[in-house]
Design a protein. Structure first.
Lengths: 226, 244
């Protein structure tokens, strides 16, 4: 198979030799060992394991869907489906001239609101800093939230976006995928919305199947006829 | 205890043990990964008559906050026996023995789990012994390791565990409840099969240095058998064993 793909579990030897260890692998001596259950991929100079399970770990520049859980007078806290809470400072929304007494945070974002945000900064010492000051980011007003496992997000996007484009075209829905496994689907027609949701859930359940794109395509088309 | 025959032959002249096993044979072991929906990871093990369920939460926020560590994540393990897990009702409050087992299982898992990747978080391991028949700490440790892998917690290696012991002056693998009560020594071993490192070693009883070496060797071989079963459990869940 391409890239010598292999199923691995923690502790399994992926390869040995002069490779750069990337995601979910550790270098012990000259052996590269998988740290998670997943599929190993060996490239020309690097090795990685695509994880099949696990929580979302924030990464800088990731697009995530967050839910406002609380706010202080200076910032909001977002649930981003991770072990850390997203920190959204008020300056990000109100601009430079934000003042804690003049501006009321709940006028812009209330507890329970969904936002599309980008991870602006994250390191091991602090909670992830998120921003919504960019195009396509900010409060989400309409749509249905679908929660999938964060490890299945790459599968939902597919190679160069093939899977998600197919679902979007077949159902006429607009789909926003957060890397944290939260997906917002909005669609004019209720049937399209249901179909898109079903397709997303299907990807979540059957992520390990090889010709999933075809199966999803069949499902989308068969429903259209009946 | 146990309500079984009091005068039992632990090892007959053909080298067959009280439950019909050979000296280097384990009990029947099955592990199933991902049995609980609400936990982040889970596993169920049947180790002879032992039945143990393990659920994992995490990495998640630490409560109480003062327990969190800014340099690394923390591992918390609770080993608990159900009141109905033994013949005489067990008080569900944590006993001295349960606290000890929680501690040794935690310390046996720590070398494998890469907690340093998640500072300020906790990984919680809940072990519920539904039915006990000797060797629960090894069975619990083996299941906990599968459940951690199922939860997607990064690990350097799996931890497999198996006990060995001395019964009727012979070193045997996987001591059951009767052999534990009437035998001469019991040695639970936790082992990382790819690193070839021991993470848990306890000994209850008296062994000569030669017997000790033999006992460790037998136990480690047992762990390798368990490791294959752990592998199968994860393969069955994630790769469907060739199905589809």
């Amino acid at each position: 198979m391409e890239n010598k793909r292999k199923y691995v579990i923690p502790g399994d030897l992926v390869t040995s030799g002069p490779f750069r260890p990337e995601q979910n692998v550790v270098l012990e001596g000259n052996k590269i060992i998988s740290t998670t259950v997943g599929i190993s991929e060996i490239y020309d100079d690097s090795v990685r394991v695509i994880s099949l399970t696990g929580k979302y770990i924030p990464k800088i520049d990731d697009l995530v869907i967050g839910k406002v859980i609380s706010h202080t007078s200076l910032s909001w806290e977002l649930d981003i489906n991770s072990c850390y809470v997203g920190f959204l400072p008020a300056q990000d929304v109100f601009g430079r001239d934000f003042s804690a007494h003049a501006d009321e945070l709940s006028s812009k974002l209330k507890t329970g609101d969904l936002v599309a945000a980008r991870i602006a900064n994250f390191d091991r010492t602090r909670d992830p800093l998120v921003t919504i000051s960019d195009r396509d980011l900010g409060k989400i007003d309409s749509g249905a939230l679908v929660k999938i496992s964060p490890s299945k997000v790459p599968r939902l996007i597919g190679k160069r976006g093939s899977m998600i484009q197919m679902i979007e075209q077949a159902t006429n829905a607009a789909i926003t995928i957060g890397q944290n496994g939260w997906v917002v689907v909005s669609c004019e027609s209720p049937e399209g919305l249901l179909k898109a949701k079903k397709a997303i859930q299907m990807v979540d359940e059957k992520a390990h199947i090889a010709n999933l794109t075809d199966q999803v395509k069949d499902m989308l088309e068969s429903k259209g006829e009946s | 205890m146990g309500g079984r025959e009091a005068t039992m032959v632990l090892l007959d002249e053909n080298g067959i043990r009280c439950d019909g096993r050979k000296i280097d044979e384990t009990r029947k072991i099955t592990i199933k990964a991902g049995v609980l929906k609400n936990a982040d990871g889970s596993a169920y093990i049947e180790f002879g008559d032992n039945k143990i369920l393990v659920g994992i939460f995490g990495p998640r926020d630490v409560h109480p906050k003062h327990m969190s560590d800014t340099d690394t994540g923390i591992l918390r393990v609770r080993y608990h026996m159900e009141p109905f897990s033994v013949t005489e009702r067990k008080n569900p409050a944590p006993s001295r023995r349960e606290i000890e087992i929680s501690k040794v299982i935690k310390e046996a898992l720590e070398p494998a789990v890469m907690l340093e990747k998640f500072p300020r978080t906790a990984v919680d391991v809940f072990i519920e012994v539904l039915q006990a028949d000797g060797g629960t700490r090894c069975a619990a440790l083996s299941a906990a390791s599968v459940a951690l892998a199922d939860a997607g917690i990064p690990m350097r290696d799996m931890v497999a565990a198996c006990a060995s012991g001395k019964v009727a002056d012979t070193i045997v693998l996987d001591v059951n409840n009767e052999e534990d009560q009437a035998g001469q020594a019991d040695m639970p071993i936790g082992y990382m099969p790819n690193f070839e490192k021991i993470t848990l070693l306890q000994l209850d009883g008296i062994l000569t240095p030669e017997e000790y070496k033999k006992c460790v060797e037998v136990g480690v071989n047992g762990c390798k058998i368990i490791y294959e079963i752990q592998k199968k459990a994860l393969n069955d869940k994630y790769f469907g064993s060739g199905k589809d």
